[in-house]
Design a protein around this ligand. Structure first.
Ligand SMILES: Nc1nc2c(ncn2[C@@H]2O[C@H](COP(=O)(O)OP(=O)(O)OP(=O)(O)O)[C@@H](O)[C@H]2O)c(=O)[nH]1
Ligand SMILES: [Zn+2]
Length: 338
């Protein structure tokens, strides 16, 4: 699977300046052939902050885009005033095809599932080992969302000074999940390198419930940021005013001049799992998947004849994993955030 960020040279989402003549053009596009390519960093009430080269500009959707949305992480083509000066406004005339989408669940205020992050290739699931207690169900839901969106999950276990990681990791042992264990004291001694390594050259969306230490972690990661440009300008605006995700560059060189991207997602209470087929849910449980071979056709995996019970009874997987799968299947239709 091609994922944005891993092989920027092979990326077919980008519009290369010299691609004229080598590629067929659609009839709509020539109008904006001189458009600049950018990446959406955040969205605030119809105003989008777009990184174009080294410059951060404010833009809005051009009318011709219609209902099509542009979200954080989107590659967009912009025209108009690209100076980035105060009170200037550019127009987004095109949203490039997305390599991946993360959706959030519909809620009472907004009945539609919406894409909140585009083009991420990794999902960092931030969970505290204590205070607050880890929530395996929430982790499972995130895993399902990650697998469904084609993102590599990365379990980030924080506050290791308060509790050991082993019990939780044991539960997920069969999943062969990539994980990092962190704590605040490590950050002070440069201990974020372990996680930095996992983020290098990639676009990683960070999710986690309030209080797990996500902000502490993200700040440690983006701290040594160049003094001008993206981070300071964006964070200076006051996060609380926006429910949008926010793309933050990791210091160093790489695609778009950053060593990788952290996409902080304050507004994502829960992922939209409504659209996910039960047969895809099972993909988040590779330890259980082989056990479904003997299931009756169209098995819900939560019925009397389900073969998973005997699979687990035979010792092929942990009973806790099957419980987790079943809880997930049962709660998939609900709108809960945990
Ligand atoms: N013991 C301990 N406390 C931590 C650690 N990291 C963060 N904290 C504390 O946990 C609390 C929550 O941290 P935040 O970084 O604000 O957590 P958050 O997930 O961003 O939560 P919100 O800001 O509510 O969204 C703060 O009081 C932090 O000081 C850690 O490694 N160990
Ligand atoms: Zn079954």
């Amino acid at each position: 699977m091609r994922r944005y960020g891993k092989n920027p040279d092979e990326d077919d989402i980008r519009v290369r300046p010299n691609s004229k003549g080598t590629r067929p053009r659609t009839t709509i596009r020539p109008k904006h052939e001189d458009a600049a390519e950018g990446m959406v960093l955040t969205v605030d009430r119809g105003r989008l902050t777009v990184l174009v080269g080294e410059r951060e500009i404010t833009a809005m959707k051009a009318r011709e885009l219609g209902r099509k949305s542009a979200v954080v992480g989107d590659r967009v083509a912009v025209v108009g005033d690209l100076s980035g000066q105060k009170d200037t406004l550019a127009r987004i005339v095109r949203v490039e095809e997305r390599g991946s989408v993360l959706r959030r669940t519909a809620d009472d205020d907004d009945p539609y599932e919406r894409v909140v992050v585009a083009n991420a290739d990794q999902l960092a699931i931030v969970t505290a080992l204590a205070d607050p207690e880890p929530r395996p169900r929430m982790i499972d839901r995130c895993l399902v969302a990650a697998y469904d969106a084609g993102l590599d999950p990365l379990l980030v276990l924080t506050k290791s000074d308060l509790a050991p990681a082993e019990p939780l990791l044991e539960t997920y042992g069969a999943l062969d999940l990539d994980y990092v264990v962190t704590n605040r004291d490590d950050f002070l001694t440069g201990g974020v390198d372990q996680i930095r390594e996992r983020l290098a050259g990639r676009v990683t969306a960070f999710v986690g419930h309030s209080g797990v230490g996500k902000t502490t972690l993200v700040n440690a990661l983006v701290e040594r940021q160049r003094t001008t440009g993206v981070v300071n300008a964006v964070t200076g605006r006051g996060r609380h005013t926006t429910t949008s995700a926010l793309a933050l560059p990791l210091p160093g060189d790489g695609p778009e001049g950053a060593a990788g991207w952290v996409i902080d997602t304050p507004g994502v209470r829960s992922f939209g799992l409504h659209h996910i087929d039960p047969s895809r849910v099972i993909q988040a449980f590779p330890d259980l998947e082989p056990g479904t071979a003997e299931c009756p056709r169209g098995c819900s995996h939560d019925e009397k004849d389900c073969a998973l019970d005997s699979w687990v009874a035979a010792g092929h997987a942990e009973p806790a994993r099957l419980d987790s799968l079943r809880r997930l299947l049962a709660t998939r239709e609900r709108r809960e955030g945990d």
